[in-house]
Design a protein around this ligand. Structure first.
Ligand code: ADE
Length: 233
């Protein structure tokens, strides 16, 4: 049994097939820690022309995904109690806390749609969570689903080689990460900060925390509950 089973429903499986075979996720799939199934929604299309989309009632731009193939696809892969996540620009904004929560589930079904959207009945009847990966619109949710899967799987035990990577990530404690250096000690005239060479771990930790706070204040005051005064003089 894998730690986490994921089924991704998309019209474009080729967009992400290679992605899940690479790097840390690829290794976790090989080791049986993760099971990732990528399914083509078109396999559940019905009717003479196997259409998966149609015009919206009431008019408007673009096409919507029809309910029948989506109900068919979701009902074919869902298991009792699993999360059914729909990726869409009008979903809840993805964050690190949500990734931890989703990683604690056993089975996740992800649905990626056209950017124009899907029939509301699918959302009302079958989707348990709607997630956006940011305030911009993609042509479809497949890459968004891959982003979510990547971020969630880092929390699944055994996926990261070193679990302490999770502790020093950006967004832990709602702070961005501290800057880091590796060898050589000096490169093109640029030196590694002295404090990191001191061997004084308490001092290093204090310095790193100051760096995290300063960076967060400058770039993401919202994480600190502070307002961003872009035009302040
Ligand atoms: N589909 C289109 N845009 C998206 C976004 N920003 N997040 C998730 N799914 C999407």
């Amino acid at each position: 049994m894998p730690e986490l089973k994921i089924d991704l429903l998309t019209l474009f499986p080729e967009m992400v097939d290679g992605y899940f075979a690479q790097s840390m996720l690829g290794r976790a799939v090989q080791n049986g820690i993760l099971e990732i199934g990528v399914h083509n929604i078109r396999d559940w299309a019905t009717g003479k022309h196997l259409n998966t989309d149609d015009r919206p009632f009431g008019g408007g731009a673009g096409m919507l995904m029809k309910p029948e193939p989506l109900f068919g696809a979701i009902e074919a892969v869902a298991t009792p109690g699993c999360q059914v996540v729909y990726l869409c620009p009008d979903g809840e904004l993805l964050n690190q806390k949500m990734c931890g929560e989703l990683a604690a589930t056993k089975h996740m079904v992800l649905l990626s749609g056209h950017y124009e959207g899907i029939d509301q009945r699918v959302r009302d009847a079958l989707v348990t969570r709607e997630v956006s990966i940011g305030d911009y619109v993609l042509t479809n949710g497949t890459i968004a689903a891959a982003v979510l899967i990547d971020a969630v799987c880092r929390y699944v035990p055994g996926v990261l080689g070193e679990e302490k990577s999770l502790v020093q990530d950006s967004f832990n404690d709602n702070l961005l990460s501290f800057p880091q250096w590796t060898r050589p000690l000096e490169y093109r005239g640029m030196k590694v900060p002295e404090v990191l060479l001191s061997g004084n771990h308490a001092q290093i930790e204090r310095w790193r925390n100051e760096q995290r706070l300063a960076k967060t204040r400058a770039r993401r005051p919202d994480l600190l509950g502070e307002e961003y005064h872009h035009n302040d003089i």
